[in-house]
Design a binder for this molecule. Structure first.
Ligand code: HEC
Length: 202
């Protein structure tokens, strides 16, 4: 299975999970007990399968990307807490718990979006950051820790044959779905170009 397929499966299962709770939460809040019992019964197995797929694919994505950064840990923690919270909330008819679980799940979405659009991280003035750090913050989510992950159609850097000049041009201008890193300094792009050549299999 490709990385992008796994991402799609994750996204679909997360949305199905949210959809089920989007239907069930108002029923709980408005004391529609009969309707809630009916839906809970008919979606029980489905919900179990979806939540397993959703957690497993999420963990697998993190493993593949080798990226357990703080935000990722926060996100994983929120999901792992919110699922039992939702189950208990609905079982015991505790509305506060159910709402809390729902809000926690929604906020993980916000974190996912934030991770997607984060800006290039460069060297804070007067401080040196290693090329490996620059790579980790700016490139890893698409190219993976070792450069061989192909998320969102990213090129496998371990197989790249581009020379230093061509690498710097791509970093400066971007290419197709590869974003531009013109926000980084010249020195940082130099360091990155040198670093990614060390990832190649010779
Ligand atoms: C949003 C995802 C994404 C991020 C982040 C990203 N890349 Fe890319 N990268 C791509 C894609 C997609 C391609 C293929 C571009 C194409 O279609 O030509 C690519 C291609 C490349 C190539 C060309 C390889 C070749 O031989 O053709 C290099 C080099 C590269 N990336 C380096 C980097 C570096 C260094 C960083 C971090 C500063 C980085 N990328 C960050 C998505 C990304």
């Amino acid at each position: 299975m490709t990385f992008d397929n796994l991402k799609l499966i994750h996204l679909i299962s997360v949305n199905l999970f949210l959809l089920i709770y989007l239907i069930k939460t108002p029923l709980l809040l408005f004391n529609a007990d009969q309707a809630l019992a009916k839906i809970t019964k008919s979606t029980k197995v489905l919900e179990m399968i979806i939540s397993v797929v959703f957690l497993a694919s999420g963990v697998w994505l993190i493993v593949l990307q080798e990226m357990l950064e703080t935000m990722m840990i926060v996100k994983l923690g929120l999901v792992i807490i919110s699922i039992p919270l939702a189950i208990i909330g609905f079982k015991k008819r505790k509305k506060v718990l159910a709402i809390l679980a729902f809000l926690m799940l929604i906020s993980t979405y916000g974190i996912a979006e934030m991770l997607k659009f984060h800006k290039p991280v460069g060297t804070p003035t007067g401080q040196t950051v290693s090329a490996a750090e620059l790579f980790k913050h700016n490139c890893q989510r698409c190219h993976g820790a070792k450069g061989n992950l192909s998320s969102s159609g990213a090129a496998d850097l371990t197989l790249s044959t581009l020379d230093g000049g061509a690498l710097k041009t791509i970093l400066q201008n971007g290419r197709n779905k590869m974003p531009s890193f013109s926000a980084l300094s010249d020195e940082e792009r130099d360091a990155l170009a040198t670093y990614i050549q060390t990832l190649r299999i010779h």
